[in-house]
Every structure is written in structure tokens, then in C-alpha cells.
Design a binder for this molecule. Sequence first.
Ligand code: SF4
Length: 310
Amino acid sequence: MSPPSYVKKFDSGELQSCAEKARKILRCCTLCPRRCRVDRLQKKLGICRTGALARVYSYSPHFGEESPLVGSNGSGTIFFSSCNLGCVFCQNYEISHLGEGVEAGPGQLAAIMLKLQEQGCHNINFVTPSHVVPQILDALVEAVPLGLNLPLVYNSSGYDSVETLRLLDGIIDIYMPDFKFWKKESARKFTNAADYPEAAQKTVAEMFRQVGDLRIDDQGIATGGLLVRHLVMPDCLDETKAILTFLAKLSKRTYTNIMDQYRPCGKAFEFPQLGRMISKEEHDTALSYARDVGLTRLDRKDWSRFLGRH
Ligand code: SF4
């Protein structure tokens, strides 16, 4: 198997130059669509409340991700603290909103990646990476000469900026964004980011431009491409339909995980609409929308109902 393209970019010096460009953005941070313009290198904090160093909540081989990422040995997840989007219903509220976690410099982050590789993980899975792209790139510059060669997964909320994603072109192997809301009003109410729908469309389109449809090897392991997650929300099926239509227009082969596990967490109970789980009927309707718009690759656990077997 040929080495990931980020290894070649390290050899040519391009990885180092992307890391340098990204680090400069921290001086007046416009890394994500929030565009806070704070100097994070001088400990000024924007909406993500993260300064010059990334904070890590946890890291481990993880078996709860989509099957092409998990394989037999797990996906090597690194959970970053804080978040640039901040959904009110976040299942990981303590990590995303309260910022629980420990600061890790580039050397420590590189050591974490190498440990996950030693543990046999099939990939390095950066969870909530949008606000720490420069820190990830700095860590890769340290990890590659020490032997890191696993595919890299960028597992974001979909609230990314195209300019920042361009720095990751040829470095990230697998993009795994969420696509949460289609309507500005929902995004404003639940994330205070009315521009989320527009940003997410641009994000997913740019990710697809870079990596194309998900590729899976003969062992069932993802080697590159795009995998999109959509969490079905209470009373939001019209948005689900619009999002699936958008994904099908991008490519009928967009690998899509239509998730049914919404439950009220964080501050969800402050919003009457969010105070319940979704029904089986709602999830089934979402799956039927996927079929109607022509999507052909749903995450495996969805296939039986997608095909109408029960
Ligand atoms: S990464 Fe953080 S500081 Fe930078 S623009 Fe986004 S929310 Fe603001």
C-alpha cells in the first residue's frame, strides 16, 4: 500500500508550509466561519474558547464509529475539547461547551497519534477539529518523521471554512462532516450560527472536491473519500429531505449515515421542540427520502430498512 499523500507532502516540505500558513491565521483568527479575529497566540479567546494550544479530552481506539472506520481494531479517535459550533443539544456538553480536557502541544499530540497507530487503529480520527487545524498540522509535522502513516479522518460539525479546508487538501484522507440543519432559523436557534446551512453546503462540496466518494478496501476499511453524517432531529424532516437531496446532487454514491440516536442533552430541554427522542417512523421516513432522492450508499446498519425488508 502506498503511503498517504501527507507523507509525500512532508517530504516535499508542503506539509510544513501549510502548517506555517495555518499558524499565522491564529494571530487574527478566521479559521472557521465565526471569524472572531482574536489573537489566539496572545491568549485571546474567540467563540471556541481555545488559545494557541489544542486541548484533548480523550483518545482511544473507538468502536462506535461507522464500520468502514472501525474494522477489527477500531478508529483512533482524538476528542478535542471545545467547539466552534456549540449545538445546544450536544451529547458531549462537558467537552464541547465546558471545555473539559488537557492542553497538548504538538509533540504530545504527535505522541498520541503514534500510540494509536501502535495500538493497531485503522486511522487517526480527529473529532471536532475545526478550531484546531493549525495545531493538528504542527503535530503532523512532528509525527510523520517518527513513522505516522495511517489515513487521517477529519470529523467535523460541517461548520468549516473553505479557505481552511484548502490548507488540508492532500493531507486529510477521509472527511466525515455532519450536515445538521438546512434552515437558517433552526441553525440560529440551536447553534447561534444562522450561516451554518450555507457554510455546511460549501464545506461538504469542498470536501467532495478534494477526496471524492468514499473508497473502501477489500477488508472493508475506508482508505479515502467523503462520509456524511446526518442526525434526524425532532420535527425537522423537511430539513432532512433538503439535506439528502443536496447530497444526492453532489453524488448518488455519497456514503451517508442517517442517525437515529438524537436524545435531549445539554440545554435541549430549554427548547420545546428538542425535548424528545425521534420516533422509528421519523427515522424510517428519513431513510425513504434517501431512497427517493437516489442515494445508494447508506451506513450498513440502515440497509435492511432502506431496502424495505422490515
Ligand atoms: S476557530 Fe475559534 S476563534 Fe477562530 S474563528 Fe472559529 S470560533 Fe473564532
